[in-house]
Write a protein that binds this ligand. Structure first.
Ligand code: ADP
Ligand code: 5GP
Length: 204
């Protein structure tokens, strides 16, 4: 297999369970996770540098000016962006990097990294999504309604993604996403130097 880090973009409606799925992928399979910068306030229990790099709007804008992000986007009332340095270094070191970002960001990533795998995680239904958002208990009703409205818009963009995975049973979802990534690595275009090596190996 050619030694090259893959970029994996995971998106999905707010509250669908992306964070939960990604955490398991990192813990179980050792994927490298990019920590985004955001201007949103930390939720209870969130740690700066681990969940997000929490920034002021001014600092965030400075990072944009210095080309510090691979992509950035506005989501509901805040800015979110993927720091460039970490992702580039990890991929160079042959590590598979997960970006957990929203759809505008996913599209920008695809433009710059056409080989990136774009995976959209969905809930079984809109009702199930609302229940999860309520159940998480981290947003007030008005924010939940804004996020549901945003989900309605995001549903229009699902076609941008290469893979759609329903997060109904959590373990099944985690295994499916891992399987997609492993399967993608087997595509012949990512194994050209391996094919040459094995051909040479047999000749010898
Ligand atoms: P996101 O990162 O997409 O906003 P979270 O990972 O925070 O979502 O999950 C939102 C809520 O849904 C959490 O309370 C989480 O425990 C719950 N959840 C995640 N996956 C499932 C699932 N497969 N079935 C039921 N609840 C889930
Ligand atoms: P939350 O506020 O729930 O943590 O995230 C809101 C949305 O922003 C989610 O859809 C999340 O995937 C997305 N997001 C998080 N980090 C980034 C990022 O760096 N870039 C973009 N474009 N979206 C992000």
């Amino acid at each position: 297999m050619d030694k090259k880090g893959f970029l994996i973009v995971i998106s999905g409606f707010s509250g669908v369970g992306k964070g939960t799925v990604v955490k398991q992928l990192v813990e179980k399979y050792g994927y490298s996770l990019s920590v985004s910068a955001t201007t949103r306030a930390p939720r209870e229990g969130e740690v700066d540098g681990k969940d997000y790099y929490f920034k002021t709007v001014e600092d965030f804008r400075n990072l944009i000016d210095y080309n510090g992000f691979i992509e950035w986007a506005q989501y509901v009332d805040n800015y979110y962006g993927t720091p460039r340095k970490f992702v580039e270094e990890e991929m160079k070191a042959g590590k598979d990097v997960i970006l957990e970002i929203e759809v505008q960001g996913a599209m920008h990533v695809k433009e710059q990294y056409p080989d990136a795998a774009l995976i959209f995680i969905t809930a079984p239904s809109a009702e199930a999504l609302k229940e999860r958002l309520k159940g998480r208990g981290t947003e007030d009703e008005a924010t939940i309604n804004k996020r549901m409205k945003r989900a309605t818009e995001e549903a229009e963009d699902i076609g941008v993604y290469d893979y759609i995975v329903v997060n109904d049973d959590l373990d099944t979802c985690v295994e499916t996403v891992h399987g997609i990534i492993e399967g993608r690595k087997c595509l012949k275009q990512y194994n050209e130097s391996f094919i040459e090596t094995i051909k040479q190996d047999f000749k010898n």
